[in-house]
Design a protein around this ligand. Structure first.
Ligand code: NI
Ligand code: MN
Length: 227
């Protein structure tokens, strides 16, 4: 069993087999977050790319909780320079058996400059095989790409994908993504944070459920669901 919490934007909590993962922890300055950075718990923090709405409060939360931060090599090195000692760098296509499961970094079509202008390497998504054999794909910020079909060959229990448009896939491309990924359950993110990202997630959910065999779970910031 696992539990996914959406904190708003692309910020997620994932509980699996006794481990608490926090993904792209953007709380301070996030207009839709209902949770504060100083109250979240984490054993591991995953950061998909260098943009400030994804690096967010990662340094402060890692320092407070002692969580290990996992990202690409360039961002992991940058976190070390911010004073974090528990960091783990990987890269696209590379997997590693962490205590919480086997985590592989996947392709993402996006940018990755860090908040101070440093080079942040290539952006990524995450493909996680949990210790209880669940397959979870967290696309984070990306445009649509055809290799999602290959990720869909993994028999995904859960996919989390952006629908906000402008910086990432919009609703139409996100529907095409679901057709390639074929997850049992899909959760939309990266929308309604700012006016620029406003989308009707309930309408998108109806379209997806008409056109695919996937179930859509639309969450409100702060809400969780078990899978
Ligand atoms: Ni971004
Ligand atoms: Mn973003």
């Amino acid at each position: 069993m696992g539990k996914l919490t959406w904190f708003g934007h692309a910020t997620l909590g994932l509980e699996t087999c006794g481990f608490k993962l926090l993904i792209d922890p953007f709380f301070s300055g996030n207009p839709v977050a209902t949770t504060r950075a100083d109250e979240v718990e984490a054993d591991f923090i995953l950061v998909s790319h260098g943009h400030s709405d994804h690096v967010g409060d990662a340094v402060a939360i890692a320092k407070r909780t002692g969580a290990m931060v996992i990202s690409n090599h360039e961002i992991a090195t940058w976190f070390s320079k911010q004073g974090l000692q528990k960091v783990h760098g990987q890269h696209l296509g590379g997997g590693f058996k962490h205590p919480f499961g086997y985590l592989k970094l996947t392709l993402a079509l996006h940018g990755s400059q860090l908040p101070d202008g440093s080079y942040g390497g290539n952006p990524c998504g995450f493909l996680l095989s949990t210790n209880d054999d669940r397959k979870i794909y967290l696309a984070q910020d990306t445009g649509l790409f055809g290799d999602m079909k290959m990720i869909g060959e993994e028999n995904l229990d859960l996919a989390v994908i952006p629908i906000g448009d402008n910086y990432t896939m919009g609703p139409d491309d996100a529907l095409r993504a679901v057709k390639m990924l074929q997850p049992k359950t899909v959760v939309p993110i990266h929308y309604n944070t700012f006016d620029l990202l406003n989308q009707d997630a309930d309408a998108w959910a109806r379209h997806v459920e008409e056109a695919t065999a996937s179930t859509v779970v639309v969450l409100k910031p702060g809400d969780s669901f078990e899978f």
